[in-house]
Design a protein around this ligand. Sequence first.
Ligand SMILES: *Cc1c(COP(=O)(O)O)cnc(C)c1O
Length: 331
Amino acid sequence: MGENPNSKDVFSGTGEIWQARRRIAGLVSRTPLVYSAGWSERYNASIYLKLEYLHPTNSFKLRGAANKILSLDPEERERGVATFSTGNHGLAVAYVARSLEIPAAVFLSQRVPQNKVQNLRAMGAEPVIYGDSQDEAEEYCFRKSEQEGWTVIKPFDDPQVIAGQGTIGLELLEQLPEIDTAIVPVSGGGLISGIALALKNNRPGMKIIGVSMEGSPVMYHSLRAGKPVELKETDTLADSLLGGIGLNNRYTFAIIRDYVDRLLLVSEAAIARAMADIFKEKRIAVEGAAATGLAALEEHRPVETGSNVALIISGNSVDASSFMRIVSEYL
Ligand SMILES: *Cc1c(COP(=O)(O)O)cnc(C)c1O
């Protein structure tokens, strides 16, 4: 396993996560944890929702981007940052860069819809349009950044990004000291890696359960294969979970292998139903990725959890008409 260092070599305890928490405090507010009476009754455990869509960029990605960019030295900051994410991570990088008055370039392929380009521009980033696929845009991002001296802010496979996402785990321990289970959406795995490190280093008996969509669950198949694999992408309501983990994955694969108890897969119908159920229960509209935890509780019922369960409601980047179309069948 030469390419995948043991996760214990990367993070020793939770020191980096505590550091992240101090570092991002000026940019990132603590999010609420709310109890659901209806689901607690239905799933036979106390169920809480961690509202990670309540950030100014509508997803938790702000935590990791803020920690990474704030950890750069003054010269690095002055030269600027770059990224290649079309979604929530790109927005988070743009937001943090603008707050700190750092130049930010976001690399996008020609196929990225115009509204995403506009959103990034509105957030103050400079969109760089290149290539026919996001892979080409990514490759160009690294090449160009090397020439220009920009720091590439990766979406998940970076210790500072992972530590930033891990601050969710520290908040959970304060808000629900008796927490024994966290259910977390998984794509590249930065979110669940940070949360698992924070929680399991404090309470080794915790259960950490990851959830991905059935369509192209790259981390799930990588774990089964014992090494990172690639899969063809298929359309999904959980579009924020699309993308690979990188064949040269350095951190998240090993952390998940060592710290996460189970990965569950959910169907598209279960995701749509869960989006509708979250609306009915709490009157909030979330994106598909954020609904996968509830979808797993329902579709794999009964899921073996402890008695105090937190679902990570990771974001709400979904437009009104898509949301209405997706949930209308289930309301
Ligand atoms: C990025 C993202 C995820 C998955 O996070 P990873 O760190 O890539 O596993 C889940 N939900 C939303 C809304 C996201 O934007």
